[in-house]
Design a protein around this ligand. Structure first.
Ligand code: SF4
Length: 369
């Protein structure tokens, strides 16, 4: 099926000048009011009671402000929320918000579906639908800002690790990063871009002004296995990927992490730990270990807990830093590999979303708009 055409820009895609043009005929201060309301206060236009009612209606009609989530699900832990969004054109995406005692992290999608075809990933199995616009990415974060405020907390981190490969949608993702940094006030060190290994994208990141964190979904540390698990490795093999990571570190001095979905009997052997440590140690990369979550289309299962601990210990004995990440939200299919994306998070891992257009696995609670 050909990719779905991208719809025209929505309200959250407009820059300051375009918003001003949209408000032509209104007093000049309305532009600042709207801009502040959208980004600093994370409100939708219909919630901005400081704007005249007629203007709110006009904005809704003229610029198709964000649709808002179709529904949200709270996990049994009471701290993980998955939002399902309907995007223009008919696709579905998901975002996952994870609350921790001192901070909250949101994992956002960057594409509806994904073309990278990683075999163990629910998103990869579903195929590619379309790129998200920058406004659609920003809007997921603004939703999280609002939900976090309701708990008297502040959104601490944004990880681009939901559905899709961020660097395959580079321009729109970077526009979203800049908007989040400049207008929403999230610093670069609290923004993490993940990639499955798009080397030209990493090189472009290294040339950007904002030093964001980089998370590489590695999953295998030799080309034969990685070719199998992560097909993009056939185009950008490990040598090239490691060189790009090294160049990024040199340019930005930022934290690098490797995400490793532990798959029983596939990439959890002592020899895998040795190969991984040999790559991670010289780069001082932090390894995040996440036992693979079950997805219907992939026959293997996650590494059992005892061997997860052994793998971590082996890495540490070899001089590589590693953390076993808790799988948050497995009961709502919001954990790594269960969104239609399987990229793992540096923070606590939120991954895969339901495939675009697929039925949600559980009943979603509709929220009034
Ligand atoms: S693991 Fe990431 S890059 Fe690979 S198919 Fe899933 S979403 Fe795409």
């Amino acid at each position: 099926m050909p990719p779905r055409p991208e719809p025209p820009p929505g309200l959250y895609d407009l820059d300051h000048d375009a918003l001003a043009a949209l408000l032509e005929g209104e007093p000049g201060y309305r532009v600042s009011q709207l801009w502040q309301g959208l980004y600093a206060q994370a409100r939708r236009p219909d919630e901005m009671t400081n704007l005249p009612k007629a203007l709110r209606a006009r904005l809704a009609e003229a610029a198709r402000p964000g649709l808002g989530p179709l529904g949200e699900v709270l996990a049994d832990d009471g701290e993980t929320i998955k939002a399902l969004w309907g995007i223009e054109g008919g696709g579905r995406i998901e975002s996952v918000l994870m609350h921790y005692p001192r901070r909250s992290t949101v994992c956002v999608s960057t594409q509806a579906g994904c073309a990278m075809a990683c075999g163990f990933c629910a998103t990869g199995q579903a195929g590619f639908d379309r790129h998200l616009r920058s406004g659609e990415i920003v809007e997921q974060v603004l939703w999280a800002v609002g939900r976090t405020k309701e708990r008297d907390r502040r959104l601490g981190n944004v990880v681009f690790m939901g559905m899709g490969e961020p660097l395959a949608n580079y321009d729109r993702v970077w526009a979203a990063v800049e908007r989040l940094h400049t207008d929403v006030g999230i610093s670069a060190r609290h923004l993490t871009l993940s990639t499955v290994g798009i080397v030209p994208g990493i090189n472009r990141l290294a040339a950007e002004a904002l030093p964001v964190n980089l998370a590489v979904s590695l999953h295998a540390a030799n080309d034969a296995l990685r070719d199998e698990l992560v097909p993009i490795n056939r185009r950008y093999p490990l040598d090239a990927l490691v060189a790009a990571c090294r160049a990024y570190l040199t340019a930005k001095g930022r934290r690098l992490s490797f995400e490793w979905a532990l798959i029983d009997g596939v990439n959890d052997r002592d020899s895998d730990a040795a190969e991984l440590a040999a790559i991670a140690r010289p780069l001082r990369a932090h390894v995040n270990l996440i036992p693979l979550n079950p997805t219907p289309g992939y026959p293997t299962r996650g590494t059992p807990p005892g061997r997860v601990a052994r793998f971590r210990d082996r890495l540490e004995a070899l001089g590589a830093n590693a953390t076993v990440r808790r799988n948050r939200g497995t009961d709502i299919a919001a954990a790594c590999g269960q969104l239609a994306a399987a990229c793992t998070s540096v923070d606590a891992a939120a991954g895969p979303v339901e495939p675009a257009g697929a039925a949600a696995p559980i009943a979603l609670r509709a929220r009034p708009r």
